[in-house]
Design a protein around this ligand. Sequence first.
Ligand SMILES: CCCCCCCC/C=C\CCCCCCCC(=O)SCCNC(=O)CCNC(=O)[C@H](O)C(C)(C)COP(=O)(O)O
Ligand SMILES: Nc1ncnc2c1ncn2[C@@H]1O[C@H](COP(=O)(O)O)[C@@H](OP(=O)(O)O)[C@H]1O
Length: 349
Amino acid sequence: MSNSTPNRRITRSTPSTIKDLADGLPDTPIKQMRHPSETSPFLPTKLETLLLAIYPVTLVLGSLFSLLAYSTRSATSKYNPIHQSYYPAAGAPSYFATKKNIFNVYFVKKGWFWTTLALAAFVVTHPSLGPSLRPTVTRRRVQAVARWGVATTVWMLVTQWCFGPALVDRNFKLTGGACEIMEDPIKRAEMGRKQEFFTAQACKASGGLWKGGHDISGHVFLLILGSALLGMEILPAILRARGLNEERRVRVGSGKVVKTRSIVDGTVKDTPVPVVLTETEEEYTKLGIKVAVGVVGLSWWMLFMTAAFFHTWFEKFTGFLVAFTAIFLVYFLPRGVPEVRAVLGMPGL
Ligand SMILES: CCCCCCCC/C=C\CCCCCCCC(=O)SCCNC(=O)CCNC(=O)[C@H](O)C(C)(C)COP(=O)(O)O
Ligand SMILES: Nc1ncnc2c1ncn2[C@@H]1O[C@H](COP(=O)(O)O)[C@@H](OP(=O)(O)O)[C@H]1O
């Protein structure tokens, strides 16, 4: 008997995984199945990695710009670590290097409001989440609001209030920082009575200097978190509009890691039903995406400006780390933990 019988050949190359099995077969239905992925579901896809890499690259480029640019080297004022900016502002190297620049005052300082507004516009207009401009409650809308809720909670705890002072303020104090009232003796005496001003805002508002500790950059944190939130939400919609679909990896109930195409509500996905929009609905859909892209673009520019003109390298780095931790919680944890995914869902799924 010859070894070359078809049966023998199959026995000798016994596949060890479903992937091997699918790869070794002709184009049968089993080959078309999505096979389990061996990569961690917690990791971003290639496109996501590329897009998320823009943040550290922006921070590094901004910091290098401030070292090398003629405008910063020739500025009449110097970087002052206590003010975390060029001081006095009149000699700053650029309009964007002053705290009172209009984009800082009305955009970044109200950054969570703009992020929320842009996300709300996308959620109520985009047909991938529910009927455009109709107040229908859909699972995808509820999950988008839940993701926003988690991100908002993190934003609040980090920058606004955490059962008292916000985490950035607590961290500042823990690392040896304090509020120093330099000029006004009355305020100084008042401060002695109250022991200390516990938040950066209260300290600065009383004319004090918030100094001595490690001040995580609130701007870096807010600009990265807000723009990544919008980016991660609209990315699947943008890809789909261009006929693309980069599959993400998710762990399903059985413990297997599969690609997103394999699951929708826990079942194998059918070909999506095309959504037919009226002309007006299409206009609003486009507007929703444009508003989000606009907020992301302006956030990127302000992040670059913060990197170039404000804070130390380390303060920017910790702002980036805290923002990425929040992004992980909202967008990557649900991919690997089905119970979390059941609540938060995933954009576009
Ligand atoms: C899919 C989303 C649905 C939302 C559903 C909610 C229903 C809402 C109905 C209407 C929507 C519009 C109202 C939106 C409310 C959003 C709540 C807010 O965010 S209001 C707060 C605005 N404030 C800010 O954005 C402050 C931002 N600033 C900071 O975080 C800090 O100042 C800083 C990080 C920039 C650092 O500050 P510094 O002083 O240390 O420099
Ligand atoms: N891109 C930017 N444009 C203007 N001011 C900025 C800025 N980035 C940071 N700042 C200012 O630098 C200080 C530290 O910012 P943060 O810790 O939030 O990153 C803040 O000052 P004030 O608190 O005095 O307004 C903030 O307004």
